[in-house]
Design a protein around this ligand. Structure first.
Ligand SMILES: [Zn+2]
Length: 338
């Protein structure tokens, strides 16, 4: 007898009992437990996926609540780490899924340990650096991952099945220069867009984990405001640095020191990611988002969330008011974008 809990999804023939049994054996790494991550965690845990490895470096804040469905006001008041708040809410629903929580910043050093024995990696992150790192790892280790991103009312989803289709760098060769892309913290975001993108991602995840035939790989663009769906065909690029040529700079570069604490100054320095920062356009984007936005010669300064940030044209940032490198990286990724 199948577990009555999963009766309705087992009746869905494409999944079936066999697919369900595979789901319950699966181990999935979920990177980022905020907006996308909350919806993803909920879909996968309720579907009975065997083990969910939850990684997130942030704590819950009040401005998360409109779209981060696993959190409540108490979590925000107490500044609960997102992975713990996520696990607490999911545990109330019960079910067989084992939840592992890691309140940390994912990087090239800890990724191999966190992703060990995982069948799939899900992107619930808020920054491109981590996505390119996941892509490097996925292609090198031949572990599938599902890319997703949302800003405003729209977003993108693409499954990466190493050896069976294109990777992220086949489609987006290099990340755009820092500061040029809108982020949710500068351009805003609405919950239906997050739910739409995460549901598409979760559906593909269940399909891959259940052992069903591969979906046709495409870059999907969905818009929850205009009700539009676009399917952009993609194919592997033999010149792709990752899957074509086997180069993995995000994985091989010692992470090090993207962020270092400046001793005795209560300040963290975050290294630029290469390329020049367009401080004029960033300064415009930050109007109404950050306070005290001002240029001083070549640099840009502004205040957000009780911290002062100073940005240099080479992309370097100083984050004052903390010695916590994860916190500083989170602020730079949110307000500058990477
Ligand atoms: Zn590629």
């Amino acid at each position: 007898m199948a577990d009555p809990r999963f009766d309705r999804q087992v009746r869905f023939a494409e999944l079936g009992r066999e697919g369900q049994a595979r789901l319950q054996e699966a181990r999935v790494l979920l990177v980022g437990c905020g907006a996308l991550g909350g919806f993803l965690a909920q879909h996968l845990a309720r579907a009975g996926v065997g083990t969910l490895v939850l990684v997130d470096r942030d704590v819950v804040e009040l401005s998360n609540l409109p779209r981060q469905v696993l959190f409540d006001e108490r979590h925000a008041r107490e500044g609960t780490p997102k992975v713990l708040a996520c696990a607490e809410t999911l545990a109330r629903a019960g079910g067989p899924t084992r939840l592992e929580t890691h309140a940390t910043h994912l990087d090239a050093d800890n990724l191999p340990t966190l992703a060990k024995d995982c069948d799939l990696i899900l992107d619930g992150t808020d920054n491109l650096g981590t996505r390119y790192l996941l892509n490097d790892y996925s292609v090198r280790q031949r572990v599938p991952w599902i890319y997703a991103g949302v800003v405003g009312a729209a977003g993108l989803v693409m499954p990466v099945l190493p050896g069976r289709g294109p990777c992220l760098r086949c489609v987006f060769r290099d990340p755009p220069p820092p500061g040029t892309l809108a982020t949710c913290d500068t351009a805003g975001v609405i919950s239906p867009a997050v739910g739409l993108i995460a549901s598409m991602q979760a559906g593909l995840a269940l399909r891959l984990l259940s052992g069903a035939p591969d979906p046709e790989v495409a870059l999907l663009e969905l818009d929850a405001w205009n009700g539009e769906v676009r399917r952009i065909r993609t194919r592997p690029d033999p010149d792709c640095p990752a899957c074509g040529q086997g180069r993995f700079p995000w994985l091989d570069e010692p992470k090090a020191q993207r962020a270092v604490t400046l001793c005795g100054r209560n300040t963290v320095q975050v290294r630029g990611q290469g390329g020049n920062l367009d401080l004029d356009s960033l300064s415009e984007k930050l109007q109404g988002v950050a306070s005290n936005v001002r240029r001083a010669g070549p640099i840009l300064r502004f205040c957000v969330e009780e911290h002062q940030l100073t940005l240099f044209p080479d992309g370097r940032a100083l984050v004052e008011g903390t010695e916590d490198t994860d916190r500083a990286l989170a602020l730079v990724d949110r307000y500058v974008g990477t």
